[in-house]
Write a protein that binds this ligand. Structure first.
Ligand SMILES: [Zn+2]
Length: 234
């Protein structure tokens, strides 16, 4: 069950049970300055990305001196708060080795199609030595499949990459259009990458329907970005 903190963000106690792990999925009330203030009180420095719908993953061995471009962050250092911005895309937070290794991933349809979550899990296993059975992931709010209309180009992009076809449901009244289940696509990748079902958590809620969340499809260029974060306090 998701716990809301003063209307600013929600978190899942079942996921972040390791001591010292702080994580959350922001509402539109959570600004970067509020997040940075709360972070520094906990001894954490925020790191975010210039996101580009890629499958680029950054491993942080230190606090980076300048801006990074990419769509996923991984670290085994305490004192760093990994931040992913979303407005309809899916944020995924991952913890491995009892919270010693953390990741935050930005999953839009392009990054999902490139298999970014699967790639992050491979990195956690191969480079950080995380056992698959100890990996836990939580999927935050994103646009629900009932609101996420896409064209045949998106369906074709996924068809060649081994995703199950039932991620796309044809819209009867609109030929050539489909409803796409972004959450299920990433749940599928996490399972394929070796996570156990019981270790994949999901915070339901549709960014397009819920007015306290930002939605690019609803607000277009006026949409801000939701701040999703995870870090280990020193
Ligand atoms: Zn919706």
């Amino acid at each position: 069950m998701c716990v809301t903190h003063e209307g600013l963000y929600c978190s899942l106690p079942d996921f972040g049970y390791e001591s010292g792990i702080w994580h959350g999925f922001g509402t539109r009330e959570l600004s970067l300055s509020v997040l940075e203030g709360e972070s520094s009180r906990r001894g954490l420095r925020t790191v975010s990305l210039v996101q580009e719908h890629s499958d680029t993953v950054h491993r942080l061995a230190d606090h980076p001196p300048g801006p990074l471009t990419g769509d996923a962050l991984v670290t085994n250092l305490p004192g760093i708060l990994l931040v992913i911005r979303t407005a309809d895309c899916l944020p995924v937070l991952i913890s491995g080795s009892k919270g010693a290794v953390l990741a935050a991933v930005h999953c839009g349809w392009r990054g999902t199609n490139l298999g970014i979550v699967h790639k992050v899990v491979r990195i956690l296993r191969d480079e950080f030595g995380c056992g698959a059975s100890g990996l836990r992931a939580v999927l935050g709010p994103c646009i629900a499949s009932s609101c996420y209309e896409v064209g045949g180009d998106v369906r074709r992009a996924f068809a060649g990459r081994g995703h199950p076809p039932d991620l796309f449901r044809p819209i009867q009244e609109v030929p050539g259009k489909y409803l796409f289940d972004l959450r299920a696509a990433n749940q599928y990748q996490l399972c394929e990458a070796g996570l156990e079902d019981d270790n994949i958590f999901s915070i339901s809620g549709c960014t397009h329907c819920e007015k306290n969340l930002y939605s690019y499809r609803r607000e277009a260029h006026k949409a801000g970005r939701l701040l999703n974060f995870i870090g280990r306090c020193p």
